[in-house]
Write a protein that binds this ligand. Structure first.
Ligand SMILES: NC(=O)c1ccc[n+]([C@@H]2O[C@H](COP(=O)([O-])OP(=O)(O)OC[C@H]3O[C@@H](n4cnc5c(N)ncnc54)[C@H](O)[C@@H]3O)[C@@H](O)[C@H]2O)c1
Length: 421
């Protein structure tokens, strides 16, 4: 076996210029490793370079906050370690490790690895970043399986500390140990997993998310209460429906369908009719503009209030208070959208302007709520207006959203992102 260790790895190739490929390339550069990024077109490569530069700048700025000249020099030095190409052969031929991060499609991955193997050095390690396939399937056309393993990074790669290092029955100790060390070099915490569906994180997380959907389908609880319960009761940073919206309903369905097909008897891997219908209708979560946690997933039984409101004839008091409640819940949705939008606004100036406008909007709405209340008392008399405690609670909700907005703004954009897969 070669005596090389990860500390002597100087060249890696990343195949795939999407979300994960660019993230992996970025942390490779930051570790001082030469990275060749293989993209499908020149345009995709250029876009990837811009994304990586932005990521490297953001990370470097944390270490060198006040010295623009030193920052620029450091970023340029790191970026000089990056090359891009649309030629797979050129991209992988000098690499010591090739990481594939292309679309989650088994045939594409199998064919790609077969092709890569024709061009690489005979000591090159082959790595897949698949999130849902068994490595034994991905490696169906790989000849040197002792040099093949999985490194399951998490999104966003520069932020998420974990890498699941997955070995098959054929992976050599040398390959496994080199990749574990490489993780440390990339400033990641590796955990090791056998080649089993979903590895560790997704194997536990996906059935949990699906069970949350089933709870709503059965009418056990509302999605809002489930999210609150898991955040406040279990200390999770996001509720299951927030995660589902963030990851995308289609991704969850895709993974669940795979597993259901493989293990049809398992109760943990049963599909959900609600999820299937929503995906068929094109409601995929945040990526299709639905920003409220799991807003698409609902069951009439789960939320009796939603059933009553449109059919009954509410009193004027109820109408007034629900009018105000509507504003507050719109603001709640707005907060979620702000969260999403802030993630995408990279330039500080842009973010600052956006934040100022949103803060002004919150303050204006709070003032309007108070004025509305005063006018209603004046016109109808205090007895016909919903009780002050209801209004106070609505104002409190509004202020809570504003506080939440401030929290979001203070955090680094990446810290607002958390995901799986
Ligand atoms: N997004 C996540 O949260 C996440 C997390 C962990 C692992 N992964 C895994 O990482 C891999 C990449 O995911 P991503 O989120 O970066 O996806 P992405 O859609 O952002 O990028 C996919 C890349 O694959 C390329 N591609 C598409 N079709 C191709 C084909 N036929 N041949 C070759 N390349 C092709 C695209 O040009 C793009 O560069 C997948 O295996 C995914 O399961 C994703």
């Amino acid at each position: 076996m070669p005596s090389r260790t990860s500390s002597s790895i100087n060249h890696i190739a990343v195949v795939g210029s999407g979300l994960m490929g660019t993230g992996i390339a970025q942390i490779g550069l930051e570790a001082g490793i030469h990275v060749v990024l293989v993209g499908r077109s020149e345009e995709k490569c250029q876009k990837a370079v811009a994304t990586i530069r932005m990521g490297v700048t953001r990370a470097t700025k944390k270490r060198i906050p006040d010295n623009q000249e030193a920052l620029t020099e450091k970023v340029n030095n790191l970026m000089s370690l990056l090359t891009t190409t649309t030629s797979l052969e050129q991209g992988v031929r000098n690499a010591e490790v090739v990481l594939e991060a292309v679309i989650e499609n088994l045939k594409v991955k199998q064919n790609l690895l077969e092709e890569i193997e024709q061009f690489v050095r005979n000591d090159c390690l082959l790595v897949t970043n698949t999130s849902s396939f068994l490595l034994s399937d991905v490696a169906a056309k790989v000849t040197h399986r002792e040099r093949f393993a999985g490194m399951h990074f998490f999104n966003p790669v520069p932020v998420m500390k974990l890498v699941e290092v997955v070995r098959t029955a054929h992976t050599s100790d040398y390959t496994y140990e080199t990749l574990m060390e490489l993780c440390h070099r990339l400033s990641k915490k590796p955990v090791s997993s056998k080649d089993t569906s979903g590895f560790i994180v997704n194997r536990l997380l996906i059935p949990y998310l699906m069970e949350a959907v089933r709870m709503v389908e059965r009418g056990d609880a509302t999605k809002e209460d489930i999210d609150v319960a898991m955040k406040l009761g279990a200390g999770h940073p996001m509720g299951p429906f927030e995660i589902i919206d963030f990851v995308g309903l289609d991704t969850i369905k895709f993974i669940m369908d795979e597993w259901h097909q493989r293990y049809p008897q398992s109760t943990s891997f049963q599909p959900s009719a609600t999820l299937d219908k929503l995906v068929a209708d094109g409601s995929l979560g945040r990526k299709t503009g639905q920003a409220r946690p799991g807003r698409q997933i609902d069951s009439p039984r789960a939320n009796p209030d939603h059933q009553k409101t449109p059919c009954s004839s509410p009193s004027r008091d109820n109408r007034l208070s629900s009018y105000c409640g509507m504003h507050v819940s719109q603001l709640s949705e707005l907060t979620q959208r702000i969260n999403a939008t802030l993630t995408d606004l990279d330039a500080d100036g842009q973010r600052q302007l956006f934040v100022t406008i949103m803060s002004a909007l919150y303050v204006t709405t709070a003032v309007l709520v108070v004025l509305l209340y005063v006018c209603l008392i004046y016109v109808y008399g205090s007895s016909s207006v919903a009780s002050p405690s209801i209004w106070t609670s609505k104002l409190q909700t509004l202020l809570e959203h504003h506080r939440h907005l401030n929290d979001l703004i203070k955090r680094d954009p990446y810290d607002r992102r958390t995901t799986i897969c």
